[in-house]
Design a protein around this ligand. Structure first.
Ligand code: MLT
Length: 270
């Protein structure tokens, strides 16, 4: 936890969940992707917390949070988030997530719609895993447990950024690599198995009746633009923003654009 640029703000730990809670105003909860931790949102937390209360947890098994039971389902993760909101006395919030965080957001909406003021779905999708994807997850989970994070890092890292960013943003690539390497293999394995059995939320989309911002990097090869377009077509009150010169971690790669779109959305709905 120490050493990231969020270290000035307060970290608090419940029995299981490590999180950061900064700023005041309407609450915004941001959920990281796989295999990251809350610091994925450091650029957003810094900017948004000037006007909003930003809550960024480490999902179960990631960062400093306990793993609990494995596999960690998206519903279990959503349950941890609602318990954290209870603890912090946050009745409702804008709930946002990137990639796996987005899977949790959709599970959260289905379970606890009354706790949601608005949604943010970044570089994510509604469909469940194909059989082939499930097999890859099982293999990755085994490898993580036997060999550590290096295999996942080597296969994922080249897909996270655009080739241009790899050349021009070595510090961002290094930061993301380090974040992935510090993830505990048991946590990664638990989430991989949980993602493999996640529900297909396509049917949930047309029932979402809160304002929803969908963001995606133009060059995202993990959750491509077409997945976001299809969520946008189904979610009645949604807006879609395609971010140029960004891949899968669009919030890091094009933080300024991401932040300005997110802030305009929040200012509009709050
Ligand atoms: C993520 O960034 O959270 C993962 O790539 C999601 C996934 O593997 O489906």
């Amino acid at each position: 936890m120490s050493g990231d640029s969020m270290q000035d703000s307060a970290f608090t730990s419940t029995t299981a969940t490590v999180f950061q809670d900064i700023g005041s105003g309407p609450a915004v909860v941001l959920l990281h992707g796989f295999p990251f931790n809350h610091s994925l949102w450091q650029e957003q937390a810094m900017v948004l917390s000037q006007r909003y209360r930003v809550i960024v947890p480490d999902l179960p098994g990631f960062g400093g949070s306990s793993l609990g039971e494995s596999p960690v389902t998206m519903n279990q993760m959503a349950q941890e988030v609602v318990e954290l909101m209870d603890l912090l006395e946050v009745n409702d919030a804008t709930i946002g997530g990137l990639s796996m965080g987005g899977y949790v957001v959709l599970a959260f909406y289905k379970l606890f719609p009354d706790r949601v003021r608005a949604l943010v779905l970044a570089d994510t999708r509604a469909q469940g895993d194909t059989e082939e994807a499930k097999q890859v997850r099982a293999k990755q989970a085994e490898e993580a447990l036997s060999e550590g994070m290096i295999g996942i890092v080597n296969s994922m890292l080249p897909k996270l950024f655009t080739p241009d960013s790899v050349t021009k943003r070595p510090e961002a690539v290094k930061r993301i690599r380090e974040m992935m390497m510090t993830t505990k293999p048991e946590g990664a394995a638990g989430a991989l198995m949980g993602m493999a059995i996640r529900e297909d939320q396509t049917e949930t989309l047309s029932r979402i009746n809160v304002p929803t911002l969908i963001l995606v990097g133009r060059d995202d090869v993990i959750t491509p633009v077409v997945d976001s377009e299809s969520m946008h077509a189904k979610i009645p009150r949604s807006q879609l923003v395609v971010i140029e010169n960004a891949g899968h971690v669009s919030n890091v790669e094009q933080a300024d654009v991401f932040n300005s779109k997110l802030l305009s959305f929040l200012d509009e709905i709050n």
